[in-house]
Design a protein around this ligand. Structure first.
Ligand SMILES: Nc1ncnc2c1ncn2[C@@H]1O[C@H](COP(=O)(O)OP(=O)(O)OP(=O)(O)O)[C@@H](O)[C@H]1O
Ligand SMILES: [Mg+2]
Length: 152
């Protein structure tokens, strides 16, 4: 398990960090599924991170949180070995059973897919062994501690 910490002083810095991470993760991922669990309190910056992450991979549509639909997907056209990005928001879920009944277990094993999950704490028990955890801590109005941990 390796861990890295980044201190962000503004939404723009969080976005810049997210764009960098998008490029690193997809380059290192080699087409294997990339699962990113985002943790952090209400308004920490999870969606802000995901928006910039998706933008860096060429998602043009402005990504909004799928709080009511649970999941949204975006086609990737210019990312080597990755063709689909899923954004899942578990805020309204009480357990992982709800998520499994929604789209089954297979999605997390599909090559060429990237899955970003907000409120991932709620479905921690069904995450695959290989995944990333990004934890955003609200420090001050504009300051956030962002940690990235690789689980394998
Ligand atoms: N350094 C920072 N990084 C990220 N967001 C910041 C930062 N400083 C201030 N903000 C503000 O905090 C808010 C973060 O909102 P965002 O929707 O990304 O949070 P969230 O974690 O997805 O919340 P929710 O739990 O409701 O889904 C935005 O209004 C953003 O402008
Ligand atoms: Mg959000």
């Amino acid at each position: 398990m390796s861990k890295m910490l980044y201190v962000s002083h503004s939404p723009e810095e969080t976005q810049k960090f997210a764009r960098e991470q998008a490029l690193v993760l997809t380059r290192e991922g080699q087409g294997q599924p990339i699962i990113v669990a985002l943790e952090g309190e209400l308004g920490a910056g999870k969606t802000t991170f995901i928006q910039a992450f998706a933008e860096a991979l060429g998602v043009e549509e402005h990504l909004k949180s799928p709080t009511f639909v649970l999941m949204k997907h975006y086609h990737l056209n210019n990312v080597p070995k990755y063709h689909m990005l899923y954004h899942i928001d578990c805020y309204r879920l009480s357990s992982s059973v709800d998520l499994l009944s929604f789209f089954g277990k297979d999605i997390i094993h599909l090559p060429g897919t990237i899955i970003l999950i907000e409120w991932a704490e709620r479905v921690a028990d069904i995450l695959p062994r290989n995944h990333w955890v990004i934890h955003v801590d609200h420090i001050a109005e504009q300051e956030r501690n962002i940690s990235i941990t690789k689980h394998e």
